[in-house]
Design a protein around this ligand. Structure first.
Ligand SMILES: [Zn+2]
Length: 254
């Protein structure tokens, strides 16, 4: 198992497509010839769209499923910062995600439910599609059973928000009600842009994120329920958790 900053091997198409099928059973119905997944309404999502430009910056703007799956998400806690442009899960197919959760604000809203978040005894809007709301509820219940963990997670800082990713014209997963941010204590809520990092410049990974011994326990609970953590990205976003079960299944992660 590769860990922590090393560029892990890209999965083969057959494995990756099965991970997608298993992750989104309410939307996807079959894998076709290890080349595509088919949605319930017949939409075809080719694994490899033979994109002319597969550079990191280009794939952030337009990705196929291969780009979405090509950087395995590490199952283990990081022991050092991820290598340049290793952002497992950050690259994703916009068309695919619109098919998963809705392509307009009204469509997304149709599937939102108020999820009880035990650490703040509050309710958070989250999509119920693909088991996301139930998974978030389970994460909160598990975290609330340990006061040490709960103290980190009492202040949600935004889930559903019909918006683009800061500094881009790309839609955020928050717009699909499938991501949530938390205000973290001890200067842990680090975000690469707020730390002065820019695209194509060296961005030192915050030592605080590696040193903290509570955060990995929280992250593991999220991951075991199908969420990825933005703190495992070179372009880190430590407040950010996103429902991405195609990357966290037993045969789907690094
Ligand atoms: Zn976020």
């Amino acid at each position: 198992m590769a860990c922590c900053g090393v560029r892990a091997a890209e999965p083969d198409a057959a494995t990756a497509l099965q991970c997608l099928l298993k992750a989104y059973p309410e939307v996807l119905v079959e894998v076709r010839e290890d080349k595509a997944v088919i949605s319930r309404n017949g939409e075809v999502f080719s694994y490899d769209e033979a994109l002319a430009d597969r550079s990191f910056e280009s794939l952030l703007i337009r990705a196929d499923l291969r780009a979405q799956m090509q950087t395995p998400y590490p199952a283990e806690p990081l022991t050092r910062g991820p290598a340049q442009d290793i952002d497992p899960g950050r690259i994703r197919s916009d068309r695919f995600f619109k098919a998963l959760y809705g392509s307009t604000e009204a469509e997304v809203r149709k599937h939102i439910q108020a999820v009880y978040w035990a650490p703040c005894r509050c309710y958070l809007p989250f999509t119920q599609l693909n088991g996301a709301a139930a998974a978030l509820r389970a994460v909160g219940d598990q975290i609330a059973s340990d006061p040490v963990l709960m103290a980190y997670m009492t202040t949600p800082a935004g889930s559903f928000n019909w918006r683009n990713i800061a500094g881009t014209t790309r839609q955020s997963v928050h717009a699909l009600a499938a991501a949530i941010d938390f205000r973290l204590p001890n200067n842990l809520g680090r975000y690469w842009r707020w730390d002065g990092c820019r695209t194509h410049t060296e961005c030192p990974y915050p030592a605080a994120l590696l040193a903290d011994d509570v955060l990995p326990r929280i992250v593991r609970i999220f991951e075991s329920n199908g969420f990825i953590w933005g703190g495992k990205w070179h372009h880190y976003d430590a407040m950010h958790f996103e429902f991405r079960p195609e990357l966290t299944g037993p045969r789907c992660r690094d």
